[in-house]
Design a protein around this ligand. Structure first.
Ligand SMILES: [Zn+2]
Length: 160
């Protein structure tokens, strides 16, 4: 088969396809439905999924950095006051909770922190609790991990 023959063969196929669309032979149209469905539905769907995937992976690192490093808004209790978790610096005025180790907000105002041991609030730049003497390390993640076993051991109070 030489090239002109191939072209005319292809042309016959194209004409046949156009003929099916222009003067529909319903059997062939229904036969084409899966193809049309594939192009009309699956195609855009795959494009949207690709866009979502792209958007998600492009945005995720930035979102994560903001979550770890930035302040977050405190949850509001039923009495309307913000709930500040013990051991994490917070700004009472804005209701923001700052990452452990932070002692000032963006404006340079001192943050407060609630002692995880006795619940007394103090300035976040003070590492030792003046009430119970618990030392809150500046590195928050280490502090939170070492703080966990500080409470009475299970059954310890009963044994004492
Ligand atoms: Zn304390």
């Amino acid at each position: 088969m030489n090239l002109p023959d191939q072209i005319s063969h292809l042309w016959t196929q194209v004409l046949g396809l156009i003929g099916k669309v222009v003067s529909p032979d319903w059997g062939s149209v229904i036969g084409l439905l899966p193809v049309l469905l594939l192009i009309g539905v699956i195609g855009p769907l795959v494009s949207v999924l690709a866009l979502v995937w792209f958007y998600y992976f492009m945005r995720r690192p930035r979102t994560r950095i903001r979550f770890v490093d930035g302040p977050r808004l405190a949850a509001i209790a039923s009495d309307g006051l913000p709930l500040f978790p013990a051991g994490e610096p917070y700004d009472l005025r804005t209701g923001l909770i700052y990452p452990p180790g932070t002692s000032q907000n963006d404006a340079g105002d001192l943050l407060s922190v609630t002692c995880p041991m006795c619940g007394i609030a103090r300035f976040a730049d003070v590492t030792t609790c003046t009430n119970c003497g618990l030392v809150l390390k500046v590195d928050g993640r280490v502090a939170l991990r070492t703080l966990q076993p500080v409470g009475p051991p299970p059954g310890g109070a009963a044994a004492a």
